[in-house]
Design a protein around this ligand. Structure first.
Ligand code: NAD
Length: 526
């Protein structure tokens, strides 16, 4: 909704704004919704040839996209930090590096993952057949992206989509329109066929026009509220969709954890990208015995973080993306304080740094009656609750409509794994937070309101193909035993066959062997 309401978006232009200064950095033309059916038709035409292009050549061209990203890495990181405000180190490590890693990994696994797979048959009646699983591109994949990882999220979806032989129509967030436009330029510079990856610009209306133009699959990353609208629109047109939505990630800190490492992780996990990450630590459940030590450690580390424009490499906390979002964070904090929460540090705007800066905030004495513990905050707030034991921590961590990721902190890794198994989340890390998002092999996907389907990893590549089962009969002239010419004799043979295959006792099976063979070698008579 924030993207739709952004003051930066008018009917025909998007003013791309630096959130640190409020300055306009570019003006981008909005794509008219009337153009979108033609754009999708052009993508479809481009896909026909691309889908027939050998995989090795597709991978070579996608690697060239990686080379262009690599060559332009410094200017891309600078643009990302200017347009969405994140610290330059995060633009490098979380957008540029992740994009390059996606190119490297997906082009490496594609030959094995997309190769036809032999499916041997175990049933003797169909032994003469050879079965195959083929993985074919969908056609045109529509990608609607959020603003917070404006390069990494679209690239990590475009790369497997085109490696698998699809064309893409990407709609970036209007809050990251310049980075979105840069993605189009990178693809052209890499020499990808024209119209294979097209970027359309605008807000919700343009997003819903992409869906209405009937791509063959939609990949949506964004809020629960818009995700629900996208899922409904796709359902009406029976378009499959993948949803990567919000999170409310829990961190469980057991009494035996290394509190120094755990508190640094909590602070980094809650405040990187100014807390505006789907996978960010929003709730901590710490065992009572160590809570009095852990919470002040977090507060002290948060208070030391340096706040300022992300383009300057010495700052750790950049601006939030907009004032409306700060207001949402403030509303959650007001509600929490009114219900008894205690702000240990932060809790205020840092107006001397600029209009969108908010202090990293650590809150204790929280409970689930507070919006802060139930709704996605998507801002720089770390809420810490103390719990009696690990069972209570697991119960509270699972008491959420979200299920994106979680973490468990303990020196006993067997105990960590056992707790991880009880958590309702798409990914659980033991003794680390969030970094799985940068591991190319690790699937990323949510449960419940956090979405469905996977990106990244080989599962992310498989999302870009549809499976076709192919069956080749090696005795093409043999009339099949189950074909017409039914009779009592066939019925008896069928019964023997069933008994031979499935009777619980071997004697019974053997008794039916002859009749069963009569079935297997029968020739249909009509
Ligand atoms: P958002 O839902 O406001 O917007 C996402 C995209 O949807 C934007 O491109 C927007 O223009 C478009 N859109 C808006 N209305 C639409 C409509 N009616 N039809 C089609 N498209 C429409 O989200 P945001 O503010 O850009 O991103 C923040 C949210 O994204 C947070 O909730 C965050 O947790 C989530 N997120 C999730 C993941 C993940 O992988 N699970 C990753 C990043 C962000």
């Amino acid at each position: 909704m924030r993207a739709m309401n952004s003051p930066a978006l008018s009917a025909d232009r998007i003013a791309s704004i630096d959130p640190a200064t409020g300055e306009a950095i570019a003006e981008i033309e909005v794509t008219s919704p009337e153009q979108i059916p033609q754009i999708v038709a052009d993508a479809r035409a481009a896909q026909h040839e691309w889908g027939e292009t050998p995989l090795r050549i597709r991978c070579r061209l996608v690697r060239r996209l990686g080379e262009v990203i690599y060559r332009r890495r410094a200017e891309l990181a600078e643009l990302i930090s200017r347009e969405v405000g994140k610290p330059i180190v995060e633009s490098q490590l979380m957008d540029v590096l992740l994009s390059l890693e996606s190119v490297r990994y997906q082009t490496r696994i594609a030959p094995a993952e997309l190769a036809p797979e032999r499916l041997p048959h175990s049933n003797p009646a169909v032994r003469a057949k050879s079965g195959w699983l083929l993985r074919e591109p969908y056609g045109v994949i529509g990608i609607i992206a959020p603003w917070n990882f404006p390069l990494a999220i679209p690239i990590a979806q475009i790369v497997p989509a085109i490696v698998a032989g699809n064309a893409v129509v990407l709609k970036p967030s209007p809050l990251a329109a310049s980075v979105g436009a840069a993605i189009g330029t990178l693809c052209a510079e890499a020499g990808l066929p024209p119209k294979l990856v097209q970027v359309v610009q605008g807000g919700g209306e343009v997003g819903s026009s992409v869906i209405a133009a009937r791509p063959d699959k939609m990949i949506f990353t964004g809020s629960v509220e818009i995700g629900r609208q996208v899922a409904e629109a796709c359902a009406r047109l029976l378009i499959p969709c993948l949803l990567e939505l919000g999170g409310k990630d829990a961190m469980i800190v057991l009494a035996d954890a290394d509190l120094g490492a755990a508190s640094s992780a909590a602070v980094w996990g809650a405040f990187y990208n100014c807390g505006q990450a789907c996978v960010s630590v929003e709730r901590v459940y710490v065992e009572r015995g160590v809570a009095d030590e852990f919470a002040p450690l977090c507060a002290e580390k948060a208070a030391r973080l340096r706040i300022g424009p992300g383009r300057d490499a010495n700052f750790e906390i950049g601006p939030m993306i907009g004032v409306a979002h700060i207001e949402r964070v403030e509303a959650q904090l007001r509600d929490a304080v009114a219900r008894g929460a205690k702000i240990l540090t932060g809790g205020k705007r840092r107006t001397n740094a600029g209009r969108c800066f908010f202090e990293p905030t650590v809150v204790s004495a929280v409970n689930h009656s507070m919006r802060l513990m139930r709704e996605e905050t998507f801002g720089p707030v770390l809420a810490i609750a103390s719990v009696a034991n690990s069972a209570e921590a697991v119960r509270l961590a699972n008491d959420s409509e979200f299920g994106l990721s979680a973490s468990v902190w303990t020196r006993n890794s067997a105990r960590g794994r056992a707790i991880a198994a009880q958590l309702r989340a798409g990914a659980v890390m033991v003794n680390d937070v969030a970094s799985y998002f940068g591991i190319a092999e690790a699937p990323h996907g949510g449960r419940g309101a956090s979405g469905w389907g996977h990106t990244h990893s080989r599962l992310g590549l498989r999302e870009m193909v549809q499976v076709k089962y192919m069956d080749v009969d090696r005795l093409p002239r043999w009339p099949k035993p189950w074909w017409f010419g039914y009779s009592g004799e066939l019925s008896a043979a069928a019964d023997s066959f069933i008994a031979w295959m499935y009777a619980p006792r071997w004697v019974e099976r053997l008794r039916n062997l002859r009749g069963a063979l009569g079935m297997v070698f029968r020739r249909g008579r009509v």
